[in-house]
Design a protein around this ligand. Structure first.
Ligand code: F6P
Length: 366
């Protein structure tokens, strides 16, 4: 009798709304494509692979999660098994412990590993693939900065949340004649800030890819004052920086594939511009609100498509690849082409031009 198919699945990196919808869809599609197959979900991303900690994924354990935010498998953006912190003789040292993970999968009889993650998590997916593990990647990040796919799930939800919050800040800024600076996630990519900045009608949009000049922000605020608009909304990406300056780093998390945690640029900018304008200037850091809660309908649908497509890829034996969206259709791309292929906003991006056409300032022009 041939062995039953066994599939391992994990969610790694910062979470993104839609992870549960992928797990839900993948489990159902896999059980239907490979009747009687076993699906296990490793807990806390790659850490679960190292400690062989997992839960069974079936119709019952995944029931009712399609619409729920977060991930029932938990996630971690610290556990890079190719450079993992272990304690030896009471001292913390870095070790490549990936062989332990491969051995665990072999002993469990796992035939395929499905990895849901962003660039850090998918880099390890590529490295496991290079060690001979049949791997399939599914792209996830609110930042939408993976060049190998048109869109990652989680992005639409984050844009919706930020847009809603820009609207909320708008009314109170207007009531108090204040300038309010809203700090938005996205690491070194400005996609969330740019999209939500347009949808939320920001007056100034500051993104990491276009360094800003303080005097140009001040000029915009003064121009609004002259036009009788005595308040302003500034949307700023957490990785944004002043021309000639550097990004504001909140903290360094050394045992992470993404050691830099941004944070504080809105507070810095408020401090810089308040003496230069006739307004109280306040900073709002939206933080993890941007990726918390349930996914938007668009992200739920995209997640379902990714989950179902990953099962199609297993059927066709398309390993060492990531499911991706290309011109509206599900497709796949080699994991080698996913890594170090980040997508950033270009100065001539159509959305930048649109925002400028609306009179929104990027504070970049002399
Ligand atoms: O990459 C997703 C993301 O939410 C970024 O936008 C943000 O900079 C980072 O993760 C925050 O990570 P953490 O939750 O570890 O602080």
């Amino acid at each position: 009798m041939s062995k039953k198919m066994k599939i391992g699945l994990l969610t790694g990196g910062g979470d993104a709304p839609g992870l549960n919808a992928v797990i839900y869809a993948f489990t159902r599609a896999a059980l239907s494509a490979f009747p009687g197959c076993d699906i296990i979900g490793y807990r806390f991303g790659y850490r679960g692979l190292y400690y062989n900690e997992y839960m069974k994924l079936d119709l019952e354990s995944t029931s009712g999660i399609l619409h729920k935010g977060g991930t029932i498998l938990f996630s971690s953006n610290k556990d890079n098994l190719f450079d993992y912190t272990v304690v030896e003789n009471g001292v913390k040292v870095k070790r490549d412990v990936s062989d332990t993970a491969v051995r665990n999968m072999r002993e469990e009889g796992v035939d395929v590993l499905v990895v849901l993650g962003g660039d850090g998590t998918l880099t390890s997916a590529r490295d496991f693939s290079n060690k001979g593990v049949p791997v399939i990647g599914i792209p996830k990040t609110i930042d939408n900065d993976l060049g190998a796919t048109d869109t990652t799930f989680g992005f639409d939800t984050a844009v919706s949340i930020v847009t809603e919050n820009l609207g909320r800040v708008h009314t109170t800024a207007e009531s108090h004649h204040r300038v309010i600076i809203v700090e938005i996630m996205g690491r070194s990519a400005g996609w969330i800030t740019l999209s939500a900045g347009i949808a939320g009608s920001a007056d100034v949009i500051l993104i990491p890819e276009i360094p800003y000049k303080v005097e140009n922000i001040v000029r915009k605020i003064k121009a609004r004052d002259a036009a009788g608009k005595h308040f302003a909304i500034i949307a700023i990406g957490e990785g944004a920086r002043e021309a000639g300056g550097s990004a504001v780093v909140g903290k360094i998390v050394e045992d992470s594939p993404d050691p830099i945690r941004f944070g504080g640029v809105a507070a810095k900018l408020a401090h810089d511009i308040e003496p230069l304008v006739d307004h109280e200037v306040r900073a709002v850091q939206l933080g993890h609100i941007q990726r918390g809660g349930d996914a938007s309908p668009a992200d739920r649908i995209l997640s379902v498509r990714y989950g179902v497509h990953a099962v199609e890829m297993i059927k066709r034996g398309e390993f060492g690849k990531m499911a991706c969206l290309r011109n509206g259709r599900m497709s796949e791309v080699s994991l080698n082409d996913v890594i170090a292929n980040n997508k950033y906003v270009g100065p001539d991006d159509e959305l930048v031009k649109c925002a400028k056409a609306l009179g929104m300032s990027f504070a970049d022009e002399d």
